[in-house]
Ligand binder design. Structure first.
Ligand code: 6PG
Length: 243
């Protein structure tokens, strides 16, 4: 993956990686609220960001974030109720949203309990109502799956739709997912992809190869139109990258 506005930052271990993700959130929140009065962020699901989320609910970071002006969205969601252990919303709720002073109305979960296409259409409507006809997040946090997926953009059905939210059927799970599309992800001012662990070393090296095919590695669709892409990785995940 190439891009004039992308960079890779390598951290010694999962804890320093988590601190860097949390610090990026704080920095983007302070900049966005100062410059535009609000911070619009799409959270990643999965295991990697959990520690960073926990750090956002602790001193010193929790008091550095203007929570009343922070507006939380999600990059993707499983088609499950919000109290299901698979829910990305539940993960964020338990790891920090329940422990910071953010107004309930500022958190916009994808309604995984609804019929997938309706949930996707409803979420698209919320994005447009909140951010206008061409929604632009200040920050989109993403992870990287072992198969090269990100959000719920999976191999075989990477979405290049002109919509902002879709509900693709994912054969490997025999289930639908709700996901932001590359169109709205790439509009973001900042995109941060967090990758941790030796098990991700091979896929990270593959997707960072300039020739990475989006049909095989959907994360190769992530290319900011006029924002900045940062890969935040720990040393184990970076171990297969050429020096
Ligand atoms: C999800 C995530 C997904 C995740 C990757 C990496 O709903 O599962 O949005 O895209 O970021 O699968 O997951 P881990 O961080 O658990 O490895």
């Amino acid at each position: 993956m190439d891009g004039a506005r992308s960079k890779i930052e390598v951290f010694d271990n999962p804890e320093t990686l988590a601190a860097a993700i949390a610090d990026l959130f704080v920095d983007c929140a302070q900049t966005a609220t100062t410059e535009r009065g609000g911070f619009y962020v799409a959270l990643s699901g999965g295991r990697t960001p959990t520690r960073a989320y926990e750090l956002l609910a602790q001193e010193p970071r929790t008091n550095a974030v203007p929570w009343k002006d922070v507006f939380i969205y999600f990059g993707d969601e499983r088609c499950v109720p919000p109290d299901d252990e698979q829910s990305n919303y539940l993960l964020a709720k338990q790891s920090f949203l329940d422990r910071v002073q953010i107004p309930l109305g500022n958190v916009h979960r994808m309604r995984g309990e609804e019929q997938p296409d309706q949930a996707a259409a409803g979420y698209q409507k919320i994005l447009i109502e909140d951010m206008g006809a061409d929604p632009r997040f200040d920050l989109v946090l993403l992870g990287l799956g072992l198969d090269g997926h990100t959000a719920s953009l999976f191999p075989g059905n990477p979405l290049t739709a002109e919509t902002f939210v879709e509900a693709p059927y994912v054969p490997k799970f025999s289930a639908h997912r709700i996901t932001l599309t590359p169109r709205v992800i790439n509009r973001a001012r900042r995109i941060a992809v967090a990758v941790e662990g030796i098990e991700k070393a091979e896929i990270l090296a593959s997707v960072l190869d300039k020739a990475a095919d989006p049909a095989i590695y959907p994360i190769a669709l992530v290319l900011p139109t006029d924002g900045e892409l940062t890969w935040l990785v720990d040393r184990a995940a970076a171990s297969s990258l050429q020096k």
